[in-house]
Structure formats: structure tokens, C-alpha cells
Design a protein around this ligand. Structure first.
Ligand code: GDG
Length: 483
């Protein structure tokens, strides 16, 4: 039996004294520990351009570390790579495109070349660390071409890919000048996992309309990549959280000093909570306008409700993120200017991250979780909010129908985040919802979350990958003489 080798753009090697990581990292680490696996990716550090390994054609030597039973191998990126591959093509081209935001997408051929170069660097650095029986699991939009690069170098192992963000249909994807190449890159994987049925249909539509590949009866597509005919299986594997662990964290945090201070400061008012990275896909300005519409249309909530928005700063190197920050600063200021009383501030806007347990306590203290992204692969905040509730007196989740989570969280009040009046109506409904209905809705969502955990997600993806028929090339790996 080989190991599982996880590849992700960022690898967070745990340092002593650091707080416990989020559910996804925990699930992956448990799985890696069990398989004696390896985690490979970018260290988060940059290296000077003058170092010899920065020269074209030179293979990067990964830094090896072992921590808590897991092997880590990381490489540094140059400043130029960081700009072209990461800030440029990954976050300023693919991220807006995959979230259906064509107006924000920028394209630059040099950045596209940098994206490909870094994927090749990753493949070259990983290849010598691989054994023939290993199963490789590559994550997310930054690394789509990595399997094609590994195949071009001769890798025959099973390689799976999981996309954490949405996948748009061809009508949207075709705006990308490299769209066909990117689709072809995907064919180098044995299994492509997406979050939802909606993403799956987007991807199948792209293969069909973009490459003319008709999916077979079991949801696979067959096509040529790196000089080989390959078949990629496509399937939806919705990600979950460590539901029990998060519920425990929230229960404990409720007695912690931060949650106690928050509760005392509310003066008996209901709390609406939102928490995410400060990202334009999360619909923060629309959400603030929805909250303002609640105060305008339903004056009975004036001085009775407080909206706390935690917005952890993110990707400050990209201009659209800096613009968003300015817009939110203004909006929060204006809503408070319009509606505040000398003893009540309707919007509390915190533009930085809070500790994970503090956040869990805040979720539990909130009567409403307001999660209204304009597009989202899944959205774990929605799941965490539900897991954090007090079963005897649970709050209500108001959720965007454009979050992947909406496919499986039927107990939420679904809303189109672009319609401020609709957000206001659902907030009003949530704030007035009787206990019996809150319990019923919460029970149904919590049952789903207990089944669909992060661990189950990782297990089901890997089980499907490992059950796929071994491609013929694997035989050649064992006996290269036959080639
Ligand atoms: C991508 C996809 C998909 C937020 N604020 C703070 C904080 N958070 C934590 C949340 C949650 C995580 O960050 C955010 O996860 P999401 O799933 O909501 O969103 P993305 O970061 O965009 O993740 C997404 C996910 O991948 C997994 O596949 O669901 O659709 O876009 O865990 O709690 N954590 C702390 N302080 C904060 O202020 N400590």
C-alpha cells in the first residue's frame, strides 16, 4: 500500500504553541497520519530571485519536516512567481472567473505563463519524493495543471483533484483565453471532485461545449492530454466540518471572556452575526444594504438588534480587495450614521480576524447567522454557525442560495443576496421565528452535518479514487522494460 500525498498551494506546517487549525486541515492531517502520508506545497515564504534554483530549468529542493506524525515537504516561491502565479493568474483571473465575476477578471499572458511555470516547478519538485504506489490528491484552482505536468514527467500514479470553489458553465469559462487548455489539463486527473451538483453540471457542460467531449454513462470524460488518452471520472463530494468538535468548541467558548463581554454589551438586543475573509465573493456590501433595509422596512427592530460583521483582511495585494475594504468602511459608517442612537450602534464591523474559539462563541451568542455570498463553493461558516448553536435555543441561518451549502441545508432561510428587500424579509422572519420552528429547522440541518463531516468527505473522495480501475500505464510503471 502506498501513501496518500496531499498537495495544496499553501501548507501550514504546525508550529509549537499555535492554536488548533480549522476542520479541513484537521481532517486532512488525520487522514495523512493514518496513511503515513506526505503534505507538499508552498511554504508561504518567498526566496530571493538571485538563488540558483530560481533559474529556469533548475529543480527546487523541497524543505522536509516532520511534525505530529506527518511528513511535510515545502518549497518557497520567488517574488515574481508570487506576483504572476498567485496574486495574478490564481487570484485575479481564475478566482473571479470561477465565481462568475467576469467584470473583475483580468488577464495577462505573462501571468498565465507564470501560473504554468509554478505548476511545473511543483511537479518537478514533487516527482522525486513519490513512490509508485502513492495516491496523489491535489487541491484547488491554483494547481489545476499540476497533474498534466506530472504526467508529462512520466508520473503514472493515481492522481485526484478537488476544486474547493465553484466551476462555471462554458458560457462563462469561455471568456478565459486559456479555457480549452485548462480543461485539457483536468483530463490528466483520474478523479475530479467538485463541491456540488451545480458545479458538476458546469464542468460537464464545459467538457461538452468547450472540448466536444461527451460524458459517458458513469460521469467520466475521455480525451487526450500530454500525448496520452486518459479518462477522468467527475463527481460531487460536498465538504463538511468537524461537527462534533466545533459544537464542543462553541459550548466551551460560550463561557469564555469574549463571548461574555459580547453578551453583556448587547444589553438584551438580538445579535446577527457574519464572519468571513474580506472577499468580494462573500457579498458583504449587499449584506450591509440588506441589514439597512431591515431597519428601514421593519422599524420594530430599531434599537433591538445588533449586526456584528467580522471581516478578516485577505489578499491585500489585489486592488479589488482594497477597493472592497474602502466600500465597506463607508457603508458601515453610513448605516450607523443613519440609524444609530446615542446608546446603540446597529453595525459593529471588525475588519480583522478573531481567534477561532472566540468566533465559535460569537456564533452561539447570535440569534441569526447571516451568510450571503454571491457565489461560494460550499461555505463552511454556514455549517459552523449551525454546529455552534445551543440545541435548546438554536438560532436561525439565513443563507444565500448561491452558496454550495444551500444544496444540503434545507433548514436554512434561503435568499438571493442581490435582493436587499428579500434579505430584510428573511432577517425579519428569522428574528421573529418561534422556538419550535427554530428547533425543527436546526435539527434537520444538524443531522446532515453529523453525517457529512470533513473526515467523511476526505474518506469518500479517496475511496472513490482508489476504487477506480488502475490505468494501463500503471503496469508499465512496474516493468518499464515493456515500454
Ligand atoms: C474555500 C471556498 C469552501 C472566517 N473568519 C475568521 C475565520 N474564518 C474561518 C471560518 C471558516 C473559514 O475561515 C472560511 O471558510 P469558507 O468555507 O467559508 O470560505 P473560503 O475561505 O472562501 O474557502 C469555500 C472552502 O474553501 C472549503 O472547501 O467552503 O466555498 O471558497 O472556517 O470559520 N477564522 C478565524 N477568525 C476569523 O475572523 N479564526
Amino acid at each position: 500500500m502506498g501513501r496518500v500525498v496531499v498537495v495544496s498551494n499553501r501548507v501550514a506546517v504546525p508550529r509549537r504553541g499555535e492554536p488548533a487549525a480549522g476542520g479541513l486541515a484537521v481532517a486532512l492531517k488525520d487522514m495523512l497520519k493514518a496513511s503515513g502520508g506526505l503534505w507538499f506545497g508552498w511554504s508561504g515564504e518567498t526566496r530571493p530571485e538571485t538563488r540558483p534554483e530560481t533559474r529556469a530549468g533548475a529543480t527546487l529542493e523541497p524543505r522536509r519536516q516532520r511534525s505530529a506524525g506527518i511528513d511535510y515537504a515545502t518549497i518557497d516561491l520567488s517574488e515574481a512567481d508570487l506576483k504572476g502565479f498567485y496574486a495574478g493568474y490564481s487570484n485575479n483571473t481564475l478566482w473571479p472567473l470561477f465565481h462568475f465575476r467576469l467584470g473583475l477578471m483580468e488577464y495577462d499572458r505573462r501571468e498565465a505563463a507564470s501560473y504554468r511555470k509554478v505548476n511545473r516547478d511543483f511537479a518537478q519538485a514533487l516527482l522525486p519524493l513519490l513512490g509508485p504506489e502513492d495516491t496523489i490528491w491535489i487541491h484547488d484552482y491554483q494547481l489545476i495543471p499540476m497533474a498534466a505536468e506530472l504526467r508529462a514527467l512520466g508520473a503514472k500514479q493515481r492522481i485526484g483533484f478537488f476544486l474547493h470553489i465553484p466551476f462555471p458553465p462554458w458560457a462563462v469559462l469561455s471568456a478565459l483565453p486559456d479555457a480549452e487548455r485548462l480543461l485539457r489539463d483536468l483530463l490528466a486527473y483520474d478523479l475530479i471532485g467538485v463541491q456540488t451538483r451545480r458545479d458538476l453540471s458546469g464542468m460537464l457542460n464545459c467538457f461538452q461545449d468547450g472540448l466536444g467531449l461527451v460524458p459517458d454513462a458513469t460521469g467520466g470524460v475521455r480525451g487526450e492530454v500530454a500525448g496520452q488518452m486518459r479518462r477522468a471520472q467527475l463527481s460531487a463530494h460536498p465538504i463538511g466540518i468537524d461537527t462534533r468538535g466545533f459544537a464542543t468548541l462553541a459550548r466551551k467558548a460560550a463561557y469564555g471572556p469574549e463571548t461574555q463581554r459580547l453578551a453583556a454589551s448587547l444589553g438584551g438586543r438580538s445579535l446577527i452575526v457574519g464572519a468571513e475573509r474580506l472577499d468580494y465573493t462573500k457579498g458583504l456590501p449587499h449584506r450591509m444594504r440588506g441589514f439597512a433595509a431591515l431597519l428601514a422596512r421593519f422599524p420594530e427592530h430599531l434599537n433591538k438588534v445588533t449586526y456584528l460583521q467580522v471581516a478578516a483582511r485577505s489578499r491585500n495585494e489585489v486592488a479589488s480587495y482594497r477597493n472592497l475594504r474602502r466600500e465597506l468602511d463607508q457603508l458601515a459608517g453610513r448605516i450607523n450614521g443613519d440609524y444609530a442612537e446615542f446608546d446603540w450602534t446597529p453595525v459593529r464591523y471588525v475588519a480583522r480576524a478573531v481567534a477561532r474559539d472566540t468566533l465559535a462563541g460569537f456564533y452561539r451568542a447570535a440569534r441569526v447567522g447571516l451568510v450571503t455570498p454571491l457565489r461560494d463553493g460550499m461555505n463552511l461558516v454556514a455549517k459552523e454557525y449551525v454546529a455552534a448553536q445551543d440545541p435548546d435555543d438554536p438560532g436561525v441561518l439565513v443563507l444565500s442560495s448561491f452558496a454550495g451549502a444551500a444544496e444540503s441545508m434545507e433548514g436554512a432561510l434561503l435568499v438571493n443576496p442581490l435582493d436587499a428587500e428579500a434579505v430584510a424579509e428573511q432577517l425579519d422572519r428569522a428574528l421573529k421565528m418561534p422556538l419550535a420552528e427554530r428547533r425543527e429547522r436546526w435539527d434537520s440541518m444538524m443531522r446532515g452535518l453529523e453525517e457529512q463531516t470533513a473526515t467523511r468527505w476526505a474518506e469518500s473522495f479517496l475511496a472513490e479514487l482508489e476504487e477506480l480501475p488502475i490505468p494501463e500505464q500503471d503496469v508499465f510503471w512496474e516493468t518499464p522494460a515493456r515500454n
